[in-house]
Design a protein around this ligand. Sequence first.
Ligand code: ADP
Ligand code: ASP
Ligand code: MG
Length: 408
Amino acid sequence: MLIVQKYGGTSVGSIERIKAVAERVTKARKQGNNVVVVVSAMSGETDKLIGLANQISPNPDERELDLMLSSGERISAALTAIAINELGFRSMSFTGRQVGIITDEAHTKAKIERITGERVREAIDEGMIPIIAGFQGITETSDVTTLGRGGSDLTAVAIAAAIKADLCEIYTDVDGVYTTDPDIVHEARKLDKISYDEMLELASLGAKVLQTRSVEFAKKYEVPVVVRSSFNDNPGTLIVKEDEEMEKVVVSGVAYDKNQVKITVIAVHDRPGIAAKLFNAIASANIVVDMIVQNVSSDGKATDISFTVPKTDSRKALKITREIAKELGAEKVIMRDDIARVSIVGVGMRTHSGVAAKMFETLATHGINIIMISTSEIKVSCVIDAKYTELAVRVLHDAFGLAQARNL
Ligand code: ADP
Ligand code: ASP
Ligand code: MG
């Protein structure tokens, strides 16, 4: 088999851990597989680097940030190659550029446009174990980019698709994908398998076990992905195409995200084109808007528009919104950053009714006020006060019986 193995920050968090990774990689190799490895920076490294830049500027230039951030993964890649060589195998580390990961120019959240991947194939053909520094690419004009937080997952899935690997294994610090974050709910249950669509929703709604774009990529190219622990040999969670069995489960998981802010434009004219103007400006700055709520104005003249954006983009979004609001003659713009979004996800929602109502009722019973709501075919999300996040996740996990094997 041709296997891509990705090791996250904790899995390469110390020299001891890197040696353990080398053992695991060479074990797979000894079993007759060709292995390509993708590594994250050692845990805490990326945050540390961002912290250094922030000591100089609250808004560091993103091109410079990317060049700096890419170094974290280079270090762990080289150390992993050294550890594998030390075990008597031949290994070589590569940067994103060296394996031809070409991205667009959206620094700090670049999109992969193509992968040449020749050096990976050559290295495999020569009997080497290639170690690729995750999270990074290069623009057509040779500037280093990074792929967004958690982006090494994307490197792994994209490389797996490019070299047509039989399997992409994501090694992390938990045994697989759980019904919710096992750090918050101890009764959370590990799923044996989950559909691409459900995983996509869970990831985009905050379950950081996999980066959202990596799941999109896996779905598009049908890359078989398994999430498992680098600390034991438990089987993990398979991410696969949906099957009939999955439809029977109404809710498969609960996710939460504390990294959103809510921006409200107060008393803006209620006429065609206002929302288009505002959200076009925000989209042009590469900011992804999640929920949008527009209140119907009581006097027919003015309206309030509220929306949520990721915390990391809040300054930029606020600045743009203030500019547009001024142009449009709105009264003022306010921002709330003490909010969180809790969500329930499940393909079974397509065929079962009353799921949203049960969610609202559960939150209400526990005195949790809902600030915003959004739904799609397979998810319901509520924005709530951030201080109730853990409580909300726990009571929803319980209400939908997720700790039990099946919640029909
Ligand atoms: P890595 O450094 O290996 O990429 P991450 O920290 O990015 O690891 O992701 C793993 C973490 O994701 C887990 O430690 C867990 O706390 C968190 N997590 C959140 N939601 C889930 C979930 N539904 N299933 C498993 N882990 C989850
Ligand atoms: N090191 C990067 C991060 O912390 C990428 C990754 O770990 O996947 O976000
Ligand atoms: Mg991660």
